[in-house]
Design a protein around this ligand. Sequence first.
Ligand code: FES
Ligand code: FES
Length: 142
Amino acid sequence: DDLRDLYQQVILDHSRNPRNRGEIPPPCLHAHGDNPSCGDEIDVWVKVKDDGSIEDLKFTGQGCAISQASASMMTQKIKGKSKDEAAAVREDFRRVVMGDGAPANEDALGELILLEGVQKFPQRVKCAMLAWRALEQALEGK
Ligand code: FES
Ligand code: FES
């Protein structure tokens, strides 16, 4: 259907043309994430300003289209946010992807809701969450 086509288009666009791919030079926060079920890996690099806001966010690594698209969308959604705002967006994303209900924060919607499509493929949840888990670890590492 149309919605399914839209999911596919957005995921393909982000996986073929990932935004914010690359590393951030030191000093930065960094975390490595892997998906044990497939062996794919993602590294997330975060630059946090003195005021606690996320100035820059990039990722590297290899994985399936869902994992790469999710990482790419994540960088766009999280850049410029405070750590608390980033945590709220991540929680919304997790709820949508896990099928735990609608996002609480309407601002967090947009592209994120498109990944609702992965609900229909439960084995892809780990793919969709890969970059977001690494982001959480990177921010906690501070
Ligand atoms: Fe960026 Fe070490 S300072 S990974
Ligand atoms: Fe490995 Fe999706 S199949 S991250």
